[in-house]
Design a protein around this ligand. Structure first.
Ligand code: B12
Ligand code: SF4
Length: 498
C-alpha cells in the first residue's frame, strides 16, 4: 500500500496538508456558540512554521465541507482528521470515504481523543492509514515531512498503523513541553471573526487553551488515558503574549479557556492574572478548576484573579455522594464542593458546577445526596447555576467497564463507534421516567433559586414576569418542604414554556 503513496508524492511535488475538524453534531444547532477548532489549529502550528500550506477545514461552520475536503485533497500530501468519540467519527468517516471515492490516494491520518484511546481498533478501519496518538504537533509535522520526501512514515513515534491486516504501534512519544510549539495560528482560520461569541464573559469572546492534560485520575475521563496524568502548561509570559495577539488581531474582550484544568498551579494562575492587571488588559474570562484546589488558594490569589477579570470558575463536581465520588476516583468530597462555593462567593467570583446523575449502579439515596449538595451550593451562591447532566459513557475507562457490566453494548469497530450515541440518556438502566423525574427536580431548582439569567429573562416582558413569578412561588415552596410528588404544576408550567 505504501508504494501507492510514494507514487502520489513523487509525481506531484506537494507541501499542502488538509486538516478536517468534522461536525460534532447531527442536528441544525448543537451549541449556542461557535468555537474555533483548537485541536486542528494546535496540530497545524508547527506545519505552518515549517512552511507548509495548511487548509483548516471546520465542518461545523463550512456548509460545503464534503466538496471542499475532496477538492482540497486533490493536490495535498495528506489529510488529517480530528475526532472525539461521537458524531465526529461518523462525519470523519464520511469525509474519508468521499476522498477515496474521488480516487484520491493520499494518506489519511486520524488524531484526537477517540483515536488516541482506541488506536488499534481505529487503525483497522479501511479509511485510516495511521492514528497519531496523544499530542499531535510533533507527530504530524514528522509524518508530513516523510510523506513530502516520498518516504514511509511508519517508523515515526506515536503512531498506530494497520497494514496488510497487521496492526502495530511505534513507541509512545513523550508529552512535550507545549511552550516548544508556535502560537496557535488563529489568523489562518477561514473567517476567524466568526469564532467571536457574545456571552456572559464578554461580547467578543474567543476560546483558547493554555495547558494540556490533567494530573487527576477521574475514572470517567479521557485525560488520564491520553496524557497519562501529565499536565503541560504555557508559561505566564507565553499566555500573556498570546492574549495580546488575540486582542490586537481580533479585538477580543473575553476568553473561554478550554484547558481541562487551568488552576493546577496557583503560582502560575496568579502570575498570569498579575501580568494582566499590570498591563491593563481588559478581558473577562472563565476556566475549569478542581473543587479541591480552590479551597487551598490564598485570599490574595482570589483577589488578583477577580481583578484580572475572572468571571467564573467552572467546576466538575460530578456527584454529591461520597461513595460515588470515591468510586470514580474524583479525589474530592462534598465538603470540597461546598468550600469552593464559599470561597468563590466570598470573593465575588461566580462558580458553576456540573453534576451528573445516572451513573451505572448509582442508588436513589446517592442521587438524593447529589440534589442535597446542589441545593446547598445554591444557598451558598444565592442562585441555582449548576448544570445537571445524565451520565454519558465514553470508552477506555473504569466507569465505561462498569456501564458495560450494566448492559451497555460496546462497539467493536470504528464504524460501530460512529453510530454510538454520546448524547445523554438512552442507557439500559436509564428509563424515561427517571430522566423526567430528574428534569422535574432541576426545574424546581431553577425557579426555586432563580439565577441572574432567569431574572433577566423575566424582565423582558410582562408575560415572562408572570411565568417566572408563578414558577418561582411554587418551586420555592416545594424546595423548602422537599416535596416533589404530584408534579402537576411542572407539567403545566413546562407545557406553557414549550
Ligand atoms: C471544547 C470541547 C468540546 C466542544 C468542541 C467544540 C469546539 N469547536 O471545539 C463540544 C461541546 C462540541 C464537545 C462535545 C463533546 N465532548 Co468535548 N471537549 C472539549 C474540550 C474542553 C476542549 C477541546 C479542545 O479544544 N482542546 C484543545 C486541543 C488543542 O487539544 P486536543 O484536542 O487534545 O488536540 C491535540 C491532540 O488530541 C492532537 N490532535 C487532535 N486532533 C488531531 C488531528 C490530527 C490529524 C492529529 C495528527 C493530531 C490531532 O493534537 C492536538 C495538539 O496536541 C475537551 C477537553 C480538552 N481540554 O481538550 C473536551 C473533550 C475532548 N470532550 C470530551 C467529551 C466526552 C465530549 C462529549 C462526548 C460530551 C458529551 N457527552 O456530550 C461531546 C462529544 C459529542 C459530540 N457531540 O461531538 C472528552 C473526550 C472523550 C472522547 N472519548 O473523545 C474531552 C477530552 C473531555 C474530557 N476530559 O473527557 N467538546
Ligand atoms: S479533573 Fe477533570 S479533566 Fe482532570 S481527570 Fe478529572 S474530570 Fe478529567
Amino acid at each position: 500500500m505504501f508504494r501507492l503513496y510514494n507514487e502520489v508524492v513523487k509525481t506531484v511535488p506537494r507541501n499542502k496538508v488538509v486538516l478536517l475538524y468534522p461536525r460534532n453534531h447531527y442536528g441544525k444547532i448543537y451549541h449556542p456558540w461557535t468555537w474555533a477548532p483548537l485541536p486542528i489549529l494546535a496540530a497545524s502550528a508547527p506545519l505552518f512554521a515549517a512552511g507548509y500550506e495548511v487548509i483548516l477545514l471546520d465542518a461545523n461552520v463550512e456548509p460545503a465541507w464534503q466538496k471542499r475536503v475532496v477538492d482540497e485533497c486533490r493536490d495535498s500530501l495528506m489529510l488529517g482528521i480530528s475526532s472525539m468519540t461521537g458524531p465526529q467519527i461518523h462525519f470523519g468517516l464520511e469525509a474519508a470515504r468521499a476522498v477515496r471515492e474521488a480516487g484520491l490516494k493520499l494518506p489519511i491520518v486520524w488524531g484526537g481523543y477517540h483515536p488516541s484511546i482506541l488506536p488499534e481498533q481505529t487503525s483497522r478501519n479501511g479509511f485510516v492509514d495511521a492514528v497519531a496518538r496523544g499530542q499531535g504537533e510533533r507527530t504530524l509535522l514528522e509524518v508530513a515531512e516523510k510523506i513530502s520526501q516520498g518516504e514511509d512514515f511508519a517508523d515515526i513515534r506515536g503512531l498506530t498503523i494497520t497494514r496488510d491486516g497487521e496492526t502495530f504501534s511505534t513507541p509512545a512519544r513523550p508529552v512535550e513541553d507545549i511552550n516548544n510549539f508556535p502560537r496557535l495560528p488563529y489568523e489562518k482560520l477561514e473567517n476567524p471573526r466568526q469564532y467571536l461569541n457574545n456571552m456572559h464573559v464578554g461580547t467578543r469572546v474567543i476560546n483558547y487553551v493554555s495547558s494540556q492534560g490533567c494530573p487527576a485520575r477521574c475514572q470517567f475521563c479521557a485525560e488520564p488515558l491520553v496524557y497519562g496524568r501529565r499536565w503541560k502548561a504555557y508559561t505566564p509570559d507565553r499566555v500573556i503574549s498570546d492574549l495580546e495577539f488575540l486582542q490586537s488581531f481580533l479585538d477580543i474582550n473575553g476568553v473561554m479557556y478550554f484547558d481541562s484544568t487551568y488552576f493546577v498551579k496557583e503560582s502560575r494562575a496568579r502570575e498570569i492574572s498579575e501580568k494582566m492587571v499590570q498591563r491593563g488588559m481588559k478581558l473577562g474570562w472563565a476556566a475549569n478548576a478542581r473543587a479541591s484546589q480552590l479551597g487551598k488558594f490564598s485570599e490574595d490569589t482570589f483577589d488578583v484573579l477577580k481583578q484580572s477579570g475572572l468571571w467564573a470558575f467552572l467546576v466538575g463536581a460530578e456527584s454529591g455522594s461520597e461513595a460515588q465520588l470515591a468510586s470514580m476516583q474524583k479525589d474530592i468530597g462534598p465538603g470540597d464542593i461546598l468550600e469552593a462555593a464559599r470561597v468563590a462567593s466570598r470573593h465575588g467570583i461566580k462558580i458553576t458546577y456540573s453534576f451528573i446523575v445516572g451513573f451505572p449502579g448509582e442508588t436513589d439515596p446517592e442521587i438524593e445526596e447529589t440534589w442535597d449538595v446542589m441545593e446547598q451550593v445554591s444557598k451558598i451562591v444565592g442562585e441555582y447555576n449548576s448544570q445537571l447532566h445524565f451520565y454519558a459513557p465514553t470508552p477506555g475507562n473504569a466507569l465505561y467497564e462498569e456501564a458495560a457490566r450494566f448492559g451497555l453494548r460496546t462497539p467493536e469497530s470504528l464504524e460501530e463507534w460512529a453510530a454510538f450515541s454520546t448524547v445523554e440518556g438512552g442507557l439500559p438502566w436509564m428509563s424515561k421516567g427517571f430522566m423526567n423525574r430528574m428534569r422535574q427536580r432541576e426545574f424546581y431548582m431553577v425557579y426555586g433559586y432563580p439565577s441572574e439569567w432567569v431574572r433577566r429573562r423575566a424582565a423582558r416582558s410582562l408575560l415572562r414576569r408572570l411565568y417566572v413569578g408563578v414558577a418561582s412561588g411554587v418551586s420555592t415552596a416545594r424546595c423548602r418542604r422537599h416535596f416533589w410528588r404530584f408534579p402537576l404544576d411542572w407539567w403545566l408550567l413546562r407545557g406553557l414554556r414549550q
